[in-house]
Design a binder for this molecule. Structure first.
Ligand SMILES: CC(C)(COP(=O)(O)OP(=O)(O)OC[C@H]1O[C@@H](n2cnc3c(N)ncnc32)[C@H](O)[C@@H]1OP(=O)(O)O)[C@@H](O)C(=O)NCCC(=O)NCCS
Length: 237
């Protein structure tokens, strides 16, 4: 069920919180189980469980070890980019979850970041727009038909967050500081103000997310061929 991961490819594994079966907890390590049990809301526990079980199953397959044998390079912290250690350290991966949707992106060695967001029914507050979009982006955004703005804002957001997750900065760098192309245009990073710009090329991709979601991927240094896979079926098996 898990195709070979080639050097120039990125696999995107999609799943839903409906796959969150308690037996998957057996795959997680102590640190992951501690984080899982620390979430107050069942929905947060489900997203975490599905994302981490799926990540382990796919990564383990690609380095021919058991899912429970996958080790992280350091203790998992909520706002730090997780990395594999030991035998899986050659792999790069990124996790994102929103609403009922989970996506895990994995490559052989190319750093990447993935982001999925549930598209709101209403347009974002002006204060949020001003804190995420730079001046040029705000102009393009306000020129969009109002019905397209919830999707448009999400598209800006997922492109920016994918880049910031690929670099590992996350929201420690304000999304306002990076500029991406307008939602209806081909995805690309077009500006970065201040320190922290990656020294390598940044490649952006919009993904085919489930209905009601927007998702983007960023890879550093190399452009990859992306393939989509059914993580729900994998977890059920
Ligand atoms: C990365 C970040 C943007 C995630 O945002 P989000 O939209 O809420 O969540 P997503 O579902 O898309 O991604 C979460 C996953 O990203 C990964 N992640 C966390 N921090 C990351 C970082 N700095 N870079 C790359 N990936 C990161 C984790 O795998 C996490 O999933 P997990 O907690 O289940 O392991 C956010 O955690 C962040 O910016 N952190 C750094 C800034 C910071 O310290 N903020 C503190 C505010 S309280």
């Amino acid at each position: 069920m898990i195709p070979r991961l080639h050097a120039r490819s990125c696999q995107l594994w999609w799943a839903s919180t409906s796959a969150a079966d308690e037996h998957l907890l057996d795959l997680l390590d102590e640190d992951e189980r501690r984080r899982h049990s620390g979430f107050l809301r069942a929905a947060d526990r489900a997203r975490f469980l599905v994302a981490h079980a799926l990540t382990r199953i796919v990564a383990a397959h690609h380095v021919a070890i058991a899912p429970r044998a996958v080790r992280y390079a350091a203790k998992l912290e909520a706002h730090e980019k997780p990395r594999f250690g030991d035998t899986a350290s050659e792999l790069q991966f990124s996790i994102s979850h929103s609403g009922a949707c989970i996506v895990v992106a994995i490559s052989r060695a190319v750093p990447l970041g993935v982001d999925v967001e549930c598209v709101d029914a209403t347009a974002p507050e002006a204060s949020l727009v001003a804190s995420v979009l730079c001046a040029t982006e705000q102009q393009a955004f306000t020129a969009m038909p109002s019905a397209a703005r919830p999707w448009g804002f999400c598209r800006y957001w997922t492109r920016k967050e994918a880049v910031l997750k690929a670099t590992g900065d996350g929201l420690a760098i304000a999304p306002l500081r990076i500029a991406v192309t307008a939602p209806e245009r081909a995805p690309a990073l077009v500006g970065w103000s201040g320190a922290g710009r990656p020294s390598t090329s940044v490649h952006l991709y919009d993904l085919d997310a489930p209905s009601g979601y927007a998702a983007s991927l960023a890879t550093l240094a190399e452009q990859l061929e992306c393939t989509a896979h059914d993580g729900g079926a994998l977890l059920a098996a």
